[in-house]
Design a protein around this ligand. Structure first.
Ligand SMILES: [Zn+2]
Length: 280
């Protein structure tokens, strides 16, 4: 009698074990997260375990030109937010004139753009910027505080700017400068590029005089610093006219953020925040 009961319990356990194993195979677990098959093409299916690999999470700088960077110079990245604005062309003119006169120490920078500000009229300036060696970065579409958004709206804000910038530089993704520099763990978990904040804030948006913008940078400068500026203020333009030649005389070269990272051997990872990029 007891043998019969034990045999029955053993049989039930084996059946249950077999069923559980089938339901939890890696393939079926993965499939459980996929949308219905007819909503996407087969080649777009990426196995779960191959997402967010170390290789995917690293910002690729293979196509970033650093041939113009002088090996013995200290480096600083100038960044211009809330771009494009009405004085972007003046900013570009300062760089173009400086580069014309200083071919031995060319200067570039990174523009962080809002796609909500980009118009057909401003597109030529973006092409002019890339022709000067500038990097285009993502400052979202509408300049919302990303920490206050849903995942869906946050992604749409970033994607809209990436798509618009892609029409200019042919790159699918761009470094992210979050509006107001605001990030938290949620934002970091949603972002598929490195997050670039700053070491030196010029406060040029707050009617800071050109003299104070200039002094504020020089007093806080170090090799690997990232400087926050905006392309919409005449005082910023005036400060740049002195900064570019004076930085050269101080042994510095002005570069874009990605060029700074590559030249300094810094590996940038998706969803990580950077405020400086010192030489590794
Ligand atoms: Zn901004």
């Amino acid at each position: 009698m007891y043998k019969y009961i034990y045999a029955t319990i053993l049989t039930i356990c084996l059946v249950l074990l077999s069923a559980c194993s089938a339901n939890t195979s890696p393939k079926q677990q993965f499939n459980a997260y996929l949308p219905p098959f007819d909503t996407f093409f087969e080649e777009e299916i990426v196995p779960l375990e191959s997402k967010n690999t170390t290789e995917d999470a690293v910002w690729n700088t293979d196509d970033v030109d650093i041939s113009y960077i002088q090996p013995n110079r200290k480096l600083v990245a100038l960044t211009f937010d809330d771009s494009p604005s009405k004085t972007l062309e003046s900013i570009l003119a300062v760089f173009a004139e400086y580069n014309e006169n200083n071919p031995d120490c060319l200067a570039t920078a990174t523009l962080f753009l809002n796609s909500g500000l980009i118009t057909q009229e401003s597109l030529p300036s973006l092409h002019a910027a890339t022709a000067l060696g500038f990097e285009l970065g993502n400052h979202t579409k509408s300049h919302f505080d990303l920490t206050a958004l849903s995942a869906e709206v946050l992604q749409a804000e970033i994607d809209d700017t990436d798509q618009m910038l892609s029409s200019v530089d042919r790159k699918p993704r761009h470094l992210l400068r979050p509006p107001f520099g605001r990030v938290n763990d949620f934002v970091k978990s949603q972002v598929s590029t490195p997050i670039i904040n700053w070491s030196i804030d010029t406060l040029d948006w707050a009617k800071t005089p050109a003299e104070d913008i200039y002094n504020g940078i020089l007093e806080n400068l170090f090799s690997g610093a990232i400087v926050l500026m905006h392309d919409g203020y005449p005082a910023t333009v005036d400060a740049l006219k002195r900064l570019l030649p004076d930085l050269k005389n101080m042994g510095y070269q002005v570069v874009s953020v990605s060029a700074l990272a590559k030249a300094h051997g810094c590996v940038l990872r998706s969803g990580s925040e950077y405020i400086r990029l010192r030489k590794q």
